[in-house]
Design a protein around this ligand. Structure first.
Ligand code: IVH
Length: 688
């Protein structure tokens, strides 16, 4: 902040206040925000930053001096016993060190050898803050935070959330406490915490919403939770996967962590990731470990909350206008950001499918810079109402591919004046100019086949990939060059490449050429499943390739199989069988296989017997999303090895394969000590 003058700060502060007030009024009075929350937060955070650096510019009418949203109309208003504050944010290590330094200064602890403060560290749940009022142990009222002083009564909705006790548990565990009085639930107890939606529940709900008539989906779990709580009809909330974690209470106690323990004993759900540590360095370690775990949690978090644990010290430290001095939110990289769609281009896949891809103004989201996002198909574009030039919200959460979740309202309506333009499917392939045909309900396909360089590149890339022939060093850049220079027309041409050919390529030295030739040579001894997968037959993934190899044993037998025989293979349905038959009926494809043989590629007969009883007698369970194969393929592959695949976890389960979004089945497996592996683990096992 040292690099900005008082005059510059005055201007910027003025400007920020004007913008924030404008957005506040759009949001609260007209319910029509013009910018996404992430952008609003950025303006707000910058204003807080400037006002902190230049306290002389802070005025009582600054929007930062208002605690939060105005209460919603249509709900009874609730006054909180003690205001519900928010947290100041820090974004890096130094900020956190400063936080501790400020605390020590305020507490007049100058001795450098003094013990550092004890902190309670917790995940910052990205949900909706609520206050629960218990009287004589009974849930009497639930309210949103509102503006911090007054919130809305949402008792009817909160009562539908299973993890929130309607009656607190005052039985048992009395003897565990030194003083029985402290165990007693106070006559009036206000508990605070976060209502959130599970990630897995959100994904399932959105999948269903996508299939509904209007196809409208929810942007993120927090919005979906907040929307449910703001309904007058409690049946909406009852149907949504909402949960609760308590994070504080208006109650007497010595330490924050002690109060949480007490809440836990009374039956309130607490976050299992919380920890008590000493000194800011340990807080940082905590935050980093939590960040590393972020993607595995079944709820979204946007940071770690660091709180001074001693209540006495908390009271001594006190609060500012809207935030306590004894706590901080250590923010993680945002998983949503807004950016602009500069263009939409069309990519041609291995089998000719044409996929629209948005070229974005680069934006930092979910910890990485993103400049492209797949739009999947034309239906997706229509559903979003997307036009080139639109401002959009991009989301990259849980380590998944970035996705455009919505167009920022107001920009598409103003399309004409903003100069945005409509997105149309091409009539001809961008790579080979062959006509584009509609294939089925939503897909479009280039009709060029092997004459299309884009399809050739994709086929070659696929053929060389790790799960197929695994030719190390034959990556994207090289594939591009080989196809563009017409050195490789079909995948079989890889085995005709000589050293001189390679040396003519960009950035190819003597040594790399030798290495590549060695890798190509090594790949000549392959296996039938790898070859079948590598040929790129439509719909045939790794698991199906394995099932086919297991069933037929040799390529000759597979090539002779008719539609009916193909449908005998575990998990091969009529459509896939047709694709396979169609592939081998094509003379061009037969020629490629012949050339592969001639050029020294070998694949021994697949020994079905030796592997097929490897998992005999075992019961496996699949849960969560699988990314490289469908669930049916995984099931077929396991069955091919003799395993039974079941839908529920019990003591008898041998192993659970858990993908992202796994929920109760994974919990149960962990509880019962059943072995759990991920998709990669399964693939490795299938290959071995
Ligand atoms: S403590 C005075 N603890 O973060 C301290 N807040 O800006 C008040 N939040 O909307 C909050 N997880 O709802 C606290 N473990 C946690 C939290 C948490 C999420 C939310 C809270 C509030 C915002 C703070």
């Amino acid at each position: 902040m040292a690099d900005i003058s008082l005059e510059q700060a005055t201007h910027e502060i003025d400007d920020l206040r004007r913008q924030i007030n404008h957005h506040n009024s759009l949001y609260h009075q007209f319910s029509a925000p013009e910018i996404p929350d992430v952008d609003y937060d950025r303006l707000f955070d910058r204003l807080v930053e400037l006002e902190t650096a230049f306290p002389q510019l802070l005025t009582p009418d600054s929007p930062t001096q208002r605690v939060g949203d105005k209460p919603l109309a249509g709900f009874a208003q609730v006054r909180h016993d003690v205001p519900m504050m928010s947290l100041a944010k820090v974004f890096n290590d130094t900020d956190l060190a400063d936080f501790e330094a400020r605390i020590l200064k305020r507490l007049e602890i100058e001795d450098e050898d003094a013990e550092p403060p004890i902190y309670s560290c917790e995940p910052k749940i990205d949900g909706v803050a609520v206050s629960l009022l218990y009287e004589q142990g009974l849930l009497m009222r639930a309210a949103t935070r509102g503006d911090g002083v007054t919130g809305e009564d949402i008792t009817h909705n909160v009562r539908t959330i299973g993890s929130i006790p309607l009656r607190l548990d005052t039985s048992g565990s009395l003897e565990r406490l030194d003083s029985p009085e402290r165990m007693k639930v106070p006559e009036r107890l206000e508990v605070r915490g976060e209502i959130y939606m599970t990630r897995s529940g959100f994904a399932a709900m959105n999948e269903e919403a996508g299939r509904s008539e209007d196809g409208r989906t929810f942007v993120n779990p927090r919005n979906a939770a907040s929307g449910a709580l703001r309904q007058l009809d409690p049946r909406v909330a009852a149907r949504r996967p909402l949960r609760f974690f308590a994070y504080s209470a208006v109650v007497q106690g010595d330490t924050h962590s002690g109060i949480l323990d007490l809440l836990g004993q009374w039956g309130l759900p607490l976050n299992p990731e919380r920890a008590v540590v000493s000194g800011y360095q340990a807080c940082l370690d905590y935050a980093n470990q939590l960040l590393a775990k972020r993607d595995q949690l079944d709820y979204e978090i946007d940071g770690a909350v660091i709180k001074v644990d001693s209540i006495r010290l908390q009271n001594e430290l006190g609060s500012n206008a809207r935030t306590p001095r004894w706590a901080m939110a250590y923010k993680f990289p945002a998983e949503e950001a807004s950016t602009v769609v500069n263009d939409v281009e069309f990519q041609v896949g291995r089998t000719g499918t044409i996929t629209p891809v948005a070229r974005l103004k680069p934006v930092f989201v979910g910890g990485v810079t993103v400049s492209n996002a797949t739009l999947h198909n034309m239906d997706e574009i229509e559903r979003l109402g997307l036009r080139i030039g639109d401002r959009v919200i991009l989301r990259r959460a849980g380590d998944v591919i970035p996705k455009i979740v919505s167009v920022v309202k107001g920009t598409s309506e103003k399309a004409a004046e903003k100069g945005t333009s409509e997105i149309r499917m091409l009539t001809h392939c961008p790579a080979c100019n062959s006509p584009v045909e509609k294939d089925g309900e939503v897909l479009y396909r280039c009709t060029g086949g092997l004459i299309c360089p884009a399809q050739r590149k994709e086929s070659l890339r696929h053929f060389c990939s790790r799960a197929a022939l695994d030719i190390e060093g034959l990556g994207e850049k090289l594939v591009e060059q080989l196809v563009d220079a017409d050195m490789v027309k079909t995948v079989a041409d890889v085995f005709t490449l000589g050293k001189d050919d390679l040396l003519g390529l960009e950035r190819m030295g003597e040594k790399s050429a030798d290495n590549l030739l060695a890798a190509i040579n090594k790949a000549k001894s392959t296996t039938l499943p790898r070859l079948l997968y590598g040929l790129g037959i439509r719909e045939v993934g790794e698991a199906t390739a394995l099932s086919l190899a297991t069933h037929f044993g040799s390529l000759e037998k597979l090539m002779q199989a008719d539609q009916e025989a193909l449908e005998q293979v575990a998990d091969v349905g009529p459509i896939m069988a047709a694709h396979i038959a169609h592939f081998f009926a094509n003379e061009e494809n037969d020629k490629v296989i012949e050339q592969l043989r001639e050029r020294g590629v070998t694949w021994p007969e697949h020994q079905a017997q030796t592997v097929s009883d490897e998992l005999a007698g075992q019961t496996w369970v699949l849960t969560g999303t699988l990314e490289t194969m469908t669930r049916d393929e995984a099931r077929a592959a396991l069955q091919a090895l003799g395993a039974k695949v079941s839908g529920s976890v019990s003591k008898k389960t041998s192993c659970v394969v858990a993908g992202p979004g796994a929920g109760s089945k994974l919990d149960k497996a962990t509880e019962l000590g059943v072995k759990v592996i991920d998709e990669q683990g399964l693939i490795e096992l299938l290959k071995s």
